[in-house]
Write a protein that binds this ligand. Structure first.
Ligand SMILES: NC(=O)c1ccc[n+]([C@@H]2O[C@H](COP(=O)([O-])OP(=O)(O)OC[C@H]3O[C@@H](n4cnc5c(N)ncnc54)[C@H](O)[C@@H]3O)[C@@H](O)[C@H]2O)c1
Length: 430
């Protein structure tokens, strides 16, 4: 039986881990402790999942007491990104299984510290990289492993985040580098990990450009230069395209599918926290992160990656091409159809041999969020890794660390206008 203590009662934590654990995987798993800095989060969790009524709750300084009293053998780390390091290190010290949300931590130095700590622990770290589990992403992994494209030489990946999803990062804690690492870590950790996993090479050198183009006080669509506005109470709602495109005028309810505020209407979202509001103005001066990047990466076995990401686009999705010595894989994804105003073609994985005809593969899709990735990773996390999959898919601390070092290299390269080697950011990993 996994006895699980949850560190950080976030929206993601409740929806992705706590609820499925209690309702679907309860024969093999039991939630025995809930920890958050904010009592209100525990109360909301218990209200939402009444089966947890008698589960003990703790504050961050009571971590050791929680492990002693509950005899937890597993922790799930799913609070704000900057809080992950504390719980991961404490969990490893107690030889626990540590399941952490991405990004594992928010800096390359912290990532290297986790890798070191894991070596001295009987416990282990699992990073919940759910994107790996998406049906298309697994198919691409299989094709590369089968040798269909030969040795990978270059990858083109352009990721597009729409005005709804992209703006959400600038309303919440994610907008401060000290709390999220910035979007080249908080978000791109997913994308970098996917590429690293697909091509099975480690990143060596990174060069990037980036900027804050859409959000912050100089954003072209800022109705007026003022600090400290909040969407719910803002008297410029109608002049703000990012608000009026996605939220109803009468009660602030999202008019589109909501990834990040979950069941709450926008109006009620800030009532769910004691001292924090997730509806801060996307045009505030205190934003410390970028919203646009282009990146070049060289890998240790010679592959090259050309990556870009933009957080304010008319639709959401990505374009991917992986080139090898024998052929090329291509796919295009359109994400969140409910927010896209044009007909969306079915996603196929297209294979082009260097010399020969194109094959289009219609992948068997699985149900659930993140392209079916979330339910499948839950099975591996709560029932043990599927032994019949045929390839490694669960990510550990090293995978978490490579992707974070890449993300830090990106924002540092932007600031310093020079390439960064990964070795200079995580020398301990060499
Ligand atoms: N894999 C994915 O697709 C995916 C999707 C969304 C979020 N996430 C990750 O899940 C995590 C939660 O994100 P969210 O947007 O749901 O967060 P959230 O804003 O809903 O919640 C953050 C929680 O952290 C708590 N917290 C703050 N300081 C704390 C501390 N010192 N100790 C314990 N708890 C503390 C807050 O009180 C709050 O309950 C993040 O790491 C995020 O990157 C992953």
């Amino acid at each position: 039986m996994n006895r699980i203590a949850v560190c950080g009662i976030s929206n993601r934590g409740m929806g992705m881990f706590v609820e499925p654990c209690v309702k679907k995987y309860n024969r093999e798993n039991k939630i025995v402790g809930l920890l958050d800095i904010d009592d209100k989060r525990v109360a909301i969790c218990k209200e939402r999942i009444p089966q947890l009524e008698d589960v003990a709750s703790y504050t961050p300084d009571q971590f050791d007491q929680m492990i002693d009293e509950t005899e937890a053998n597993t922790i799930i780390v799913t609070g704000r990104d900057d809080t992950h390091l504390f719980y991961i290190l404490k969990g490893l010290k107690r030889n626990l299984t540590v399941i952490t949300e991405k990004p594992m931590v928010t800096t390359a130095a912290d990532a290297a510290e986790v890798v070191e700590a894991e070596k001295n622990s009987k416990g282990k770290v699992i990073v919940a990289f759910n994107y790996r589990y998406n049906a298309v992403h697994r198919k691409i992994k299989e094709m590369i492993l089968e040798g269909k494209i030969g040795r990978v030489t270059s990858v083109d990946l352009n990721w597009y985040i729409d005005t709804y999803h992209g703006a959400s990062y600038f309303k919440r804690w994610n907008r401060l580098r000290e709390l999220s690492g910035g979007l080249s870590i908080h978000k791109s950790t997913h994308h970098f990990d996917l590429v690293n996993w697909w091509i099975n090479q480690n990143p060596a050198q990174v060069f990037a450009f980036g900027d804050l183009n859409y959000f912050g006080p100089n954003g072209e669509r800022n109705p007026s230069k003022k600090n400290g506005r909040h969407c719910v109470t803002c008297d410029e709602q109608l002049d703000c395209d990012y608000y009026s495109r996605w939220f109803s005028r009468t009660n602030g309810t999202a008019v589109a599918k909501d990834d990040h505020l979950k069941g709450n209407s926008f109006e009620g979202a800030y009532a769910d926290y004691t001292d924090y509001r997730p509806d801060q103005c996307i045009f505030d001066e205190d934003i410390t992160i970028e919203d646009t990047y282009t990146v070049t990466v060289k890998y240790d076995e010679g592959a090259l990656l050309s990556y870009s990401v933009n957080f304010s686009l008319p639709y959401e999705g990505y374009r991917l091409a992986i080139n090898g010595t024998k052929g090329r894989i291509e796919t295009t994804e359109f994400h969140e159809p409910s927010r896209i105003s044009f007909p969306i073609p079915e996603q196929t994985v297209d294979f082009f041999p260097i010399f020969g005809g194109k094959e289009s593969i219609h992948v068997v899709q699985s149900e659930g969020t993140h392209g079916g990735g979330d339910p499948l990773i839950q099975e591996d996390l709560f029932l043990g890794e599927n032994p019949n999959r045929g390839f490694d898919i669960m990510a550990g601390a090293e995978a978490g660390a490579w992707s974070i070092a890449m993300g830090e290299a990106v924002w540092r390269s932007v600031k310093d206008n020079r390439p960064y080697t990964i070795k200079e950011l995580v020398p301990q990993m060499y």
